[in-house]
Design a protein around this ligand. Structure first.
Ligand code: KIV
Ligand code: ZN
Length: 556
């Protein structure tokens, strides 16, 4: 049996059938290009007869992507097949995917046809599609609830009619791994008595699996089928799809890669795909953003927490040797940045690791001080913090005496109802240049307050996407307000991250009974840290490194 597994991506067809998902033409094309770059083997671009929009979507994808086969879905009738062909005929490699249900429940209640009639329709559809293209896939919808001998009869007949791929869908997500294994094995073996088995062995006919996730078994079932001889997996990015979704592409591909040893031991060889695994996360994020179907944080491979270690023991382990708690390298699937997430469970090792990765070398005593400050700040206030906050704690420890700005008074109004706008008046003492005042209006009271701070100190906030040019321009990259405690008397906490023209990010934190005052404090804190770093940051970094080396902690 061939060692190659074909990845048939149906994000644009079965995935797009998810409730609430509707992609524009441009969005479909963007996803198709991402799938081509990911190097899936086949993109199922849609079901052309289902709507003019679907037809156009399939046609545009077929005419654009080159290095991937494009499939169009068609029921087992001539009209569907004609329309499907019309949509994909200009593809560099076009595949017609025709299907009809084979389970008695579908035959009796949906199709109202006999088994014989369905068998004939399947064969006729394959023969008809074959006139258009050599690449014809047949799917026996609801295969896993079909009678096995009848299903084998259909499979044999469509292969004889010319199908090059035979798909055995678990349409309602009903099967379990062992049963699915047995079914695929039974179907593959049943070809022996018709002298067709060699076609599967040589890879001229491919058994395909298409699993839905109603019992959460779609990936497990698909992998089990591969052990039994299937060589195509139909799947979607992020497991998107009807109801509970389809098998998740990223989980299939990474299991084959990470557990190649298991497949080798079990079937005598590894199973390879051609997927560029470092494109997985960017593709996942693109699909999530365009479909609005966001991925749960603990989703395997592509969830935000999939490689995040927050507990002290795990962080220590991963810093010492990644393999202690990670079975794959996050970069291998396209994650960038660090997997160590600072939070209230983080230990000293993680804090040191984070600071060192930003160039700060600390003696154990210095680290202890920073760690205690960090613990106090992170404890109830910020549940998980970005690295910038940790560096801010370090700047507070060593450079607070250099902080320039202090708010001496502020008044901010709140407005309920148009047409008035909130006003902020602020007075700030700059140790270097004296007292500055400003009055501004804003969209809300926090907006008014931030604008007043910026105007008083001669800073300017650029738009979220705009370029930041010059020392006085800043971008607000993160802003969030929270409360600690319960009820209206809870403490307001505000956290901000600003970015300067050199791309340097600085965080600030503010706490106050008044939520707007907490916001002003956070911004002033960030500006103080930024200016102190600009004035003395490098000098401090070198001083700390020198004292570190002097203590003989690191040599060379
Ligand atoms: O789930 C299913 O059976 C399908 C077929 C059309 C392949 O999506
Ligand atoms: Zn499906």
């Amino acid at each position: 049996m061939i060692p190659r597994v074909y990845i048939f991506d149906t994000t644009l067809r079965d995935g797009e059938q998810s409730p609430g998902v509707s992609l524009s033409m441009a969005e479909k094309l963007e996803i198709a290009k991402a799938l081509e770059a990911l190097q899936v083997d086949i993109i199922e671009a849609g079901f052309p007869v289902s709507s003019p929009g679907d037809f156009e979507g399939v046609k545009t994808v077929a005419e654009t992507v080159k290095d991937v086969q494009v499939a169009a879905l068609a029921r087992a009738n001539f009209k569907d097949i004609d329309v499907a062909w019309e949509a994909i005929k200009k593809a560099s490699s076009p595949r017609i995917h025709t299907f009809i249900a084979t389970s008695d429940i579908h035959l009796q209640h949906k199709l109202r046809k006999t088994r014989e009639e369905v068998l004939e329709m399947a064969v006729e559809a394959v023969k008809y599609a074959k006139k258009y293209t050599p690449f014809v896939e047949f799917s026996a919808e609801d295969a896993t609830r079909s009678e096995w001998n009848y299903l084998a009869q259909v499979v044999t007949a469509v292969i004889k009619a010319g199908a090059t791929t035979v798909n055995i869908p678990d349409t309602v997500g009903y099967t379990v791994p062992q049963e699915y294994y047995d079914l695929i094995k039974f179907l593959v073996d049943s070809l022996k008595e018709h002298d067709l088995y060699h076609l599967v062995e040589e890879g001229k006919v491919v058994f395909s699996v298409h699993c839905h996730n109603d019992l959460g078994l779609a990936v497990a079932n698909s992998l089990s089928a591969l052990l039994a001889g299937a060589r195509q997996v139909e799947c979607t990015i992020n497991g998107l799809g009807e109801r509970a979704g389809n098998a998740a592409l990223e989980e299939i591909v990474m299991t084959l890669k990470v557990r190649g040893d298991f497949f080798e031991k079990t079937i005598g060889h590894r199973l390879e795909t051609r997927v560029k695994t470092n494109r997985i996360v960017p593709t996942s994020q693109l699909v999530a953003n365009l479909t609005g179907m966001f991925v749960q944080p603990n989703k395997a491979i592509v969830g935000a927490n999939a490689f995040a270690h927050e507990s002290g023991i795990h962080q220590h382990g991963v810093i010492m040797h990644r393999g202690t708690y990670e079975i794959m390298d996050p970069q291998e699937v396209g994650w960038t940045g660090s997997a160590i997430v600072l939070g209230k469970h983080s230990g000293r090792h993680a804090v040191r690791f984070k600071l060192e990765s930003r160039g700060w070398r600390l003696t154990p005593e210095q680290l202890s001080k920073i760690f205690e400050r960090f613990r106090a700040e992170v404890k109830d206030v910020l549940r998980a913090i970005q690295d910038e906050y940790l560096e801010g704690v370090l700047l507070d420890e060593f450079l607070a005496q250099d902080y320039r700005y202090q708010v001496t008074s502020a008044y901010v109004s709140s407005i309920y109802g148009a047409p008035l706008q909130p006003v902020a008046q602020i007075e700030i003492l700059d140790r270097l240049s004296g007292t500055h005042k400003a009055v501004t209006v804003g969209i809300g009271s926090v907006d008014a307050a931030f604008k007043a701070v910026a105007r008083a100190l001669d800073y300017r906030f650029v738009t979220p996407e705009g370029p930041v040019s010059g020392e006085k321009e800043l971008r607000l990259v993160d802003f969030h307000i929270d409360s600690v405690g319960k009820g209206t008397e809870a403490l307001g906490v505000c956290a901000v991250v600003i970015e300067d023209h050199q791309g340097r990010r600085t965080a600030g934190l503010g706490k106050d009974d008044d939520i707007v005052a907490a916001g002003i404090k956070a911004l002033i804190n960030a500006l103080n840290r930024l200016e102190a770093f600009r004035a003395k940051g490098e000098e401090l970094r070198q001083k700390l490194a020198a004292s570190y080396e002097e203590r003989g902690i690191i040599k060379g």
